[in-house]
Write a protein that binds this ligand. Structure first.
Ligand code: SF4
Length: 416
């Protein structure tokens, strides 16, 4: 069985990867209470049906031969190193699973010896888990850019999800901050995982090739790319690589010896705005070009849908009783589910503002952009709008709080 010191190193080293959502708190157990929380080790992820599952999140090795400037595990950083064998990981997964600690595994690795050697070890771990240890739970494997495509395809047949991290949003930044990586090595396996043959019979029918799809992650704020650039890239990847999700990870400084990287972390609110913009791309019919402002960045003050609506006041107000779905989806305060409730309800009766409240429209925001039976109760003044939509005087921008009801709800269900 893997020793505890090794386990601490390998789980600590994995905590920066957000492409499987992670627990981010540390809390000690108190007398008379059950459980504690820590930054690394077991994290939580969400299934498509909204179930929260616990995953063992760890690296196979942090002994990297590459020297990506932003990474804690870079070759030139003086940190404790460890590498686990496939059997050590398998035994750990099975023993944690039997004790009900976890429902699956998220396994990543630094590059040990070579991309092919690392991918082989990752594949072998997943293979042994499935065939020797008969583990039928969830496995998310982080793919290694530059590894042979045969290995990548073989892994896709035994794990649930794979991800290749884009890491930095442009080739220039990649060359500067991760000189041993290159765009082709990252993008080629993503294309392989998106090949048409895997989404047709017999794979599709049997759902035996990556049933949970592929994802990727980008670091935000380590390099100068604008939100417009990041969203364009995101849009492209959703269109061509069949990605389930793009994850955005705010840059956290771990290297103070280089002037190539910012000294302070990227603001969390920027990451949050990018996630909101991502929802607009995937579910609200927006294109990347429409979402950002003239300077190419998202407003930090209000969410991207509100910001877009304020820039396009000539299109509002829309009459909720007659507006088409694509226009309803552009009204701040009307989400995807609310829009479909409106479509159903208005077939039976003319909707008024009370009816909209019952349908869970966020009237505080929506009232400035809609009429109900011709009645308008909002404000058309740009000054009033920006104050109201920013939730106050528009000056007091704060870091995102998960404990404000509206913010928390929107972060969980993506309704904007
Ligand atoms: S390849 Fe780069 S990002 Fe990955 S572990 Fe090694 S140094 Fe870190």
């Amino acid at each position: 069985m893997i020793d505890e010191k090794k386990l601490v190193i390998l789980t600590e080293g994995a905590k920066y990867d957000v492409s499987c959502s992670s627990s981010g708190s540390r809390r000690k157990n108190k007398y008379g209470e059950i459980g504690n929380a820590c930054f690394a080790g077991i994290c939580h992820s969400y299934t498509q049906d909204g179930r929260c599952i616990s995953l063992l999140k760890m690296l196979m090795s942090n002994d990297c031969i590459y020297d990506c400037k932003y990474c804690i595990n870079r070759a030139t950083n003086d940190v404790a190193r460890a590498t686990a064998t496939p059997d050590e990981i398998c035994e750990l997964v099975i023993s944690f699973y039997r004790r009900n600690y976890i429902e699956g595994l998220f396994l990543s690795s630094a590059i040990v010896k070579s991309p092919n050697h690392t991918m082989e070890m990752l594949y072998l771990t997943a293979y042994k888990l499935r065939k020797n240890y008969h583990f039928n739970g969830y496995i998310h494997l982080k793919g290694i850019p530059g590894a042979d495509s045969a290995l990548i395809e073989a892994a896709g047949l035994i794990v649930d999800r794979m991800s290749f991290n884009i890491e930095l949003p442009s080739e220039t930044s990649l060359k500067l901050l991760a000189p041993q990586k290159n765009k082709t090595a990252i993008v080629s396996p993503m294309k392989t995982l998106a090949l048409d043959k895997y989404y047709e019979s017999p794979y599709k029918r049997r759902r035996d090739f990556l049933p949970a799809g592929q994802t990727t992650q980008m670091i935000i704020g380590a390099s100068p790319e604008s939100d417009a650039h990041i969203l364009k890239l995101t849009e492209y990847m959703y269109s061509y690589y069949r990605l389930k999700r793009v994850y955005y990870s705010s840059y956290i400084p771990t290297n103070f010896e280089t002037s190539l990287l910012p000294y302070s972390p990227a603001p969390k609110i920027r990451e949050h705005r990018l996630y909101q913009a991502d929802w607009l791309l995937r579910y609200y019919g927006f294109t990347a070009d429409e979402i950002t402002g003239k300077d190419g960045n998202l407003s930090l003050e209000y969410d991207p849908k509100c910001a877009w609506a304020i820039r396009h006041m000539e299109l509002f107000p829309v009459e909720v009783n007659t507006a088409p779905l694509d226009m309803l989806l552009r009204v701040p305060g009307i989400g995807v589910r609310t829009a479909s409730r409106i479509l159903i309800a208005r077939k039976h009766a003319k909707l008024d503002f009370d009816a909209l409240k019952r349908l869970r429209v966020v009237l505080k925001r929506a009232m400035h952009f809609i009429t109900c039976g011709g009645k308008f109760i909002g404000s058309k003044s740009e000054y009033d709008l920006s104050r109201l939509l920013a939730g106050g005087d528009g000056q007091n921008m704060t870091q995102l709080s998960m404990f404000e009801f509206d913010t928390a709800l929107s972060a969980l269900n993506g309704e904007l």
